[in-house]
Structure formats: C-alpha cells, structure tokens
Design a protein around this ligand. Structure first.
Ligand SMILES: *[C@@H]1O[C@H](CO)[C@@H](O)[C@H](O)[C@H]1NC(C)=O
Ligand SMILES: *[C@@H]1O[C@H](CO)[C@@H](O)[C@H](O)[C@H]1NC(C)=O
Ligand SMILES: *[C@@H]1O[C@H](CO)[C@@H](O)[C@H](O)[C@H]1NC(C)=O
Ligand SMILES: *[C@@H]1O[C@H](CO)[C@@H](O)[C@H](O)[C@H]1NC(C)=O
Ligand SMILES: *[C@@H]1O[C@H](CO)[C@@H](O)[C@H](O)[C@H]1NC(C)=O
Ligand SMILES: *[C@@H]1O[C@H](CO)[C@@H](O)[C@H](O)[C@H]1NC(C)=O
Ligand SMILES: *[C@@H]1O[C@H](CO)[C@@H](O)[C@H](O)[C@H]1NC(C)=O
Ligand SMILES: *[C@@H]1O[C@H](CO)[C@@H](O)[C@H](O)[C@H]1NC(C)=O
Ligand SMILES: *[C@@H]1O[C@H](CO)[C@@H](O)[C@H](O)[C@H]1NC(C)=O
Ligand SMILES: *[C@@H]1O[C@H](CO)[C@@H](O)[C@H](O)[C@H]1NC(C)=O
Ligand SMILES: *[C@@H]1O[C@H](CO)[C@@H](O)[C@H](O)[C@H]1NC(C)=O
Ligand SMILES: *[C@@H]1O[C@H](CO)[C@@H](O)[C@H](O)[C@H]1NC(C)=O
Length: 554
C-alpha cells in the first residue's frame, strides 16, 4: 500500500515534470523535425514519446528545477542533416549546445539570442551560411563561441566586443566573414583564444587587440589585413600562438621577442611584407615548435644562435626572404625531430655544415636559390627520412656523395644549376621511389650508370641535360615505364638511341638534342602515343622521317 502510494507519487511528479517542461519537449521535437528523415542519425532514435525527453540521447536536464528544463544538448558528429530550427531559442535554460560536425545548413536562427544562459556554443564543421547573426551578441553568458568551418558571411558584429564580456574563446576559422576586425574586440578581457583565420577580413589590425590580459592564441592568418602590424600586439606576453601569415601586413619583429614571449610555441608571419632583421633574441624562444617567416622582406643574417631552438620539431620556414650572411653553423644543433628546413630563395652564403647529418628528422631540406658553396657533405646520407632534397641554383661544387643513395625515401632530388662535377653515383639506383631527378646544367661527366635508369617508379622527370655526359644511352632506359619527361639535351651522348625507349609508354617530353647520337629515331617511338614534344635536332644523322608521330616538334 505504502509502496503503491510512493509509486503513484513518483508518477505524478514525473508527469508534472514532463508536462511542465512540455515547452522544451515541443522545442526538441521541432529541432528534430528540422533534420531530414533520411539523415541516418542513430542518436535520435531514442527521441520518442516512450521516454521522458530528459532521457533522450544527447539531452541533459536540470534536476533542480521544476518543471525540468534542458540545460545541455550535446550531439556532435551525429549525422544531423538539415536546418537548425528557430525552436532552439525556446530552450532558454541551455548552458551548452554542441552540434559540431554535422550536416547543418541554412542560417543560424536569430532566436539563438534568447539563450542568455548559454555558456558554450559549438556549431563548427557544418555548412551554415548567411550572416553571423547579430543576435548572438545577446547570448551574454557565452564563454566559448565556436563557429569554425562553416560558410558564414557578413561582418563580425561590433557589439560582440561590448556585450560578450565573459568570452574566453572566439573561434571563426574558415568562414567567409568580411569587413574589419572591430576595435571593440579589445574589450573581451577574458579572451584566451581568438581565431579569425581563413576569412575575408580586411583593414588594419586594431591596436586594441594588444589589450588582452591573458590571450594565449591569436590567429588572423589568411585574411586581407593590411597596414602596419600594431606595436601593442608585441605586449601580449601570454601568447603561445601568434599566426598572422598570409596577409599584407608591414612591420618588423620586436627586438626583444625572446624575452617577451616565454611561452611562444607557434610564430607565423609568413607571406606578408614584414621587414627588418630577425632579432637574435628569437633564439631565446625556447619552447618554439613552429616558425614560419617565409616570403617576407627580412634582411640581414639569421641569428647564429638559431640552433638553440631545441623544440623546433616541426617546421622552420625562412624561405623567400632577403636574408643573407653565412648559413648558420648552429643549425646542426636544431632538434632531431624537426621535419622541414626550408631556407630557399635567400642570399645565404658559406657552406653546408658537415654535421648536417644530425638533423635526422628532416623530410625536407631546401637550400635552393642561395649562393652557398663548397661540397655536399657526405653526412647528408644520414638524413634517411628525406623526401625532398633541393640544392638547385646554388654554388655547390665537387662530387656528389654516393651516400645520397642511402636516402631511400627520396621523392625529389633537385640539384640543377649548380657546379657539381664528376660522375653520377651508381648508388642513385637505390632511390627506388624517386619521382623527380633533376641534375641539369652542371658539369657532370662519365656515362649514365645503367642503375640510374632502372627506376620504374621514376614517374615524372629525369633531367640530365646540359652536362658533359658521354657514352651510350643504356638500353635500361626502357625500364622507365612511368616517366613523363626525359631530357638529355646538351651532352656528348653517342651511339644509337636504344629501341627499348619505346617502352617508356607515357613519355610526353623527350629531349635528345645537342648530342652525338647516330642512326635513326627508333621505330618503337611510334608506341609513345602521348608524346607531345620531341626534340632530336642537332644530332649527327638523325632521320627526321618519324617526326610526324608527335604534335609539336621543336
Ligand atoms: C517557442 O516559443 C514561442 C514563444 O514562446 C512559441 O510561440 C512557439 O510555439 C514555441 N515553439 C515550439 C516549437 O515550442
Ligand atoms: C553516421 O553515418 C555513418 C554512415 O552512414 C554511420 O556509420 C554512423 O554510425 C552514423 N553515426 C551516427 C551517430 O548515427
Ligand atoms: C523509442 O526510444 C527507445 C529508447 O528510449 C527505443 O528503444 C525505441 O526503439 C524507440 N522507438 C521507436 C519507435 O523508435
Ligand atoms: C534576438 O534576441 C533578442 C534578445 O534576447 C530577443 O528578444 C529576440 O526575440 C531575438 N530575435 C529573434 C528573431 O528571435
Ligand atoms: C563539442 O564536441 C566536440 C566533439 O566531442 C568537442 O571536441 C568540442 O570541444 C565540443 N565543443 C564545446 C564547445 O564543448
Ligand atoms: C576551409 O573549408 C573548406 C570546406 O568548407 C575546405 O575545402 C578548405 O580546405 C578549408 N580551408 C582550410 C585552410 O582549412
Ligand atoms: C569597448 O571598447 C570601446 C572602444 O575601445 C569603448 O569605447 C567602450 O567603452 C568599451 N566598452 C566596454 C564595456 O568596455
Ligand atoms: C607595452 O607595454 C609597456 C610596458 O607595460 C608599455 O610601456 C607600452 O606602452 C606598451 N606598448 C604598447 C604599444 O602598448
Ligand atoms: C620586398 O621589397 C621589394 C623592394 O623594396 C618590393 O618590391 C617587394 O614587393 C617587397 N616584397 C614584399 C613581400 O613585401
Ligand atoms: C638570451 O637569453 C640569455 C639567457 O637568458 C641572455 O643572456 C641573452 O642575452 C639572450 N639573448 C638575446 C639575444 O637576447
Ligand atoms: C652545438 O651544441 C653543442 C653542445 O651544446 C656545442 O658545444 C656546439 O658548439 C654547438 N655547435 C654549434 C655549431 O653551434
Ligand atoms: C651509405 O652509402 C654508402 C655509399 O653508397 C655506403 O658505403 C654505406 O654503407 C651506406 N650506409 C648505410 C648506413 O646504408
């Protein structure tokens, strides 16, 4: 009897609760109705009248409140495809709404502004469009606003900076937001993460952004920001991430950067118009893992102490600047986990340090377009993770070390336009996944080792033109069955062109001119259906009868 009474009592309470929260239930059902029935979300199966809505998957209610109200709606990665119902604005007790990584499209309803208790909103990784709703600025409790990876347009609402005073994270990466960065954003004194990158923002960076007392991550990358980089930003000493690359910003790096940013991990200024020197104090940023300074107008030399950046484990990009001076010897002390070292297109001189082989983590080493000189150190053969080795347009001279043949992960070996001499090491035949081998315009001599032609994966370019190579073209050339371009122009190759060349079935470019080949063009060339450019001119007795097989003959 007593039990039954208790049971009835509980039943009454829960009915009252679900009845009283009927507004929220109706809103949830309207929210569900916004999604196409065919969207295969297994999560919404439980959303039916057989259970109280507080038990529906992804729904959390407040137990303290009568009637019960929804306080969290958490359905990330749930295959929800459709529009966001304006009924969402009826869930006025929501503190957290996470619909990240679904298939939401259409606009964010203005009714969202009714959610004045909302603290965390994530609608990232959807296809929401329309303007970033001004009504969002009524969600005055927001701490996290994450709209990354949508197609939202319009301006950043100016009131956002004055009203969302609790905001800690503002994440708008990869949308289509236009207009200026509002000056008022500087009022967001709790802000820790500001990501406005990959949008169409324009104008100046407001100096007010230097006011954040505890900003840790600032990314304004890939917009159309112009003008002078505000000096105040160099005062944000709590920053771990500063990314302003891919804009049109001017300015120079503050001289005492190394002392100002003890926590800095990511520093990216690439593809802007920064100038001045790279301060030597930069090498005191002892936690730096990513450094992008490429494609600016930096001048002077690289700090000789650069090698102290022990944690630079990922990327070190200094390419396409106006840097000069000696290639710093200390680079050999950089981290062994560093993957990319790109110093292309500067004016570095001096030699490659012998101990370059210490940097065993490197997958890319690009020293191209620099007046460096001396020989390629043998230790380069220790960089067995290298995929790209670029030494072109330099003053490097001497023999190519056979140890390069140990770099068995190499895809690209580019050493054209240097002063290399001597034979091509036969060990290059070990580079089984080489894709592009360009040693053109050097002083290489001797014959072409047949091993170098037994590289069936060589799928793009073999360019040995303008050297002093002699002897016959080995018949092994026929094993290059995936090659797109073969250039041997300007050597002293002689004898007959091997018939096996007809096996190189996907050749589009074949340059054999300025050699001493004799005999005819092999009949097998008619196999090369895709041949576009054939240049057999200036050889001894080449019959030109077969020229009709290609479209453009030089
Ligand atoms: C949402 O609230 C409004 C105003 O209170 C009401 O008119 C509307 O019917 C509600 N919508 C749903 C789906 O409950
Ligand atoms: C989403 O759809 C995929 C593919 O149809 C399915 O494998 C996955 O289980 C679904 N996830 C949910 C939460 O419904
Ligand atoms: C209703 O939800 C329950 C889980 O709460 C589930 O077991 C049941 O299959 C659902 N019914 C329908 C008709 O989808
Ligand atoms: C926008 O937000 C305000 C403030 O919460 C609210 O009164 C208004 O109804 C919202 N607009 C719409 C269209 O829901
Ligand atoms: C939303 O959910 C995703 C996936 O679980 C999570 O990574 C993200 O941090 C959540 N966002 C918020 C604001 O809680
Ligand atoms: C931005 O998002 C689009 C898809 O919405 C994607 O194709 C593109 O790669 C993204 N850009 C970046 C830089 O992540
Ligand atoms: C926000 O910033 C603007 C411009 O910097 C200023 O005029 C305004 O008083 C600030 N508002 C608050 C609430 O701090
Ligand atoms: C940077 O901070 C220093 C010391 O707090 C202050 O004197 C200087 O005015 C600030 N510079 C800018 C541009 O805000
Ligand atoms: C670098 O300076 C040169 C000469 O002053 C100028 O022509 C060029 O546009 C500048 N490059 C960048 C990226 O600002
Ligand atoms: C780097 O830090 C060391 C030790 O804190 C200091 O002695 C040195 O002057 C700093 N270097 C530069 C270039 O600021
Ligand atoms: C590399 O680091 C070692 C140990 O700290 C030091 O003795 C050496 O001088 C450094 N080499 C260069 C070239 O800076
Ligand atoms: C590297 O290459 C050289 C010359 O080809 C060879 O003598 C040596 O054994 C190789 N080292 C390793 C570790 O494979």
């Amino acid at each position: 009897m007593g039990l039954l009474a208790l049971f009835l009592y509980i039943l009454t309470i829960s009915t009252a609760a679900s009845g009283g929260g009927g507004g929220d239930e109706a809103a949830l059902l309207a929210f569900k109705a916004g999604f196409s029935r065919r969207s295969s979300s297994s999560r919404l199966v439980s959303w039916n009248s057989s259970t109280n809505f507080c038990n529906w998957e992804g729904v959390t209610c407040s137990r303290r409140r009568q009637p019960t109200r929804v306080v969290e709606l958490d359905l990330p990665s749930s295959n929800l495809t459709g529009t966001l119902s304006p009924a969402i604005g009826n869930l006025t007790f929501l503190r957290r709404l996470n619909l990240s990584s679904n298939g939401l499209y259409g606009e964010i309803p203005n009714s969202i502004g009714r959610l004045n208790r909302l603290q965390r909103l994530s609608l990232s990784y959807n296809s929401l469009s329309g303007e970033c709703p001004a009504n969002l600025t009524s969600c005055i409790s927001l701490k996290i606003l994450d709209l990354d990876y949508n197609q939202l347009g319009g301006h950043i609402p100016v009131e956002l900076g004055n009203k969302l005073t609790q905001l800690q994270m503002l994440l708008l990466t990869n949308n289509s937001i236009t207009g200026p960065i509002p000056y008022s954003l500087g009022n967001l004194s709790s802000l820790r993460n500001l990501y406005l990158d990959y949008n169409h923002l324009e104008g100046l960076i407001p100096a007010s952004l230097g006011k954040f007392p505890s900003l840790q991550e600032l990314s304004l990358e890939a917009n159309m920001l112009t003008g002078e980089f505000p000096h105040s930003i160099w005062n944000l000493s709590t920053l771990r991430v500063m990314g302003v690359g891919l804009n049109m910003l001017q300015g120079s790096i503050v001289a005492n950067i190394g002392e100002k940013f003890p926590l800095m991990r990511f520093f990216g200024l690439h593809e802007n118009r920064f100038n001045g020197v790279i301060p030597s104090s930069l090498s005191n940023l002892s936690r730096l893992t990513d450094l992008y300074l490429a494609t600016n107008n930096f001048t002077g030399s690289v700090p000789p102490t650069m090698g102290r950046l022990q944690f630079l484990n990922c990327k070190n990009m200094l390419d396409k600047n106006l840097l000069g001076g000696q290639l710093p010897r200390s680079i050999v002390n950089l981290s062994t986990t560093m993957q990319l070292l790109d110093m292309e297109g500067n004016s570095f001189s001096g030699t490659i340090p012998d101990a370059i082989g210490n940097l065993i983590g490197l997958s890319l080493l690009d020293l191209g377009f620099n007046p460096i000189s001396g020989e390629i150190p043998e230790s380069i053969g220790k960089l067995t993770n290298l995929v790209d080795l670029a030494l072109y347009n330099t003053g490097l001279s001497g023999l190519m070390p056979p140890t390069i043949g140990n770099l068995t992960k190499l895809n690209r070996l580019l050493a054209f336009h240097t002063n290399l001499e001597g034979p091509i090491p036969a060990s290059f035949g070990k580079l089984k996944i080489l894709f592009n081998l360009d040693l053109s315009v050097n002083h290489l001599n001797g014959s072409i080792p047949k091993e170098n032609l037994e590289l069936p994966s060589l799928a793009w370019i073999l360019d040995l033109s303008y050297n002093s190579l002699s002897g016959r073209l080995p018949p092994e050339v026929g094993t290059l069955v995936n090659l797109n371009k073969l250039a041997l122009s300007g050597n002293q190759l002689s004898g007959q062109i091997p018939n096996s060349i007809g096996n190189c079935e996907v050749l589009e470019f074949l340059m054999l001119d300025k050699n001493s080949f004799e005999g005819g063009i092999p009949q097998s060339l008619t196999n090369l259906k895709g041949l576009n450019v054939l240049n057999p001119t200036m050889n001894k007795c080449l019959a030109l009868v077969t020229l009709a097989i290609c479209n453009t003959c030089v």
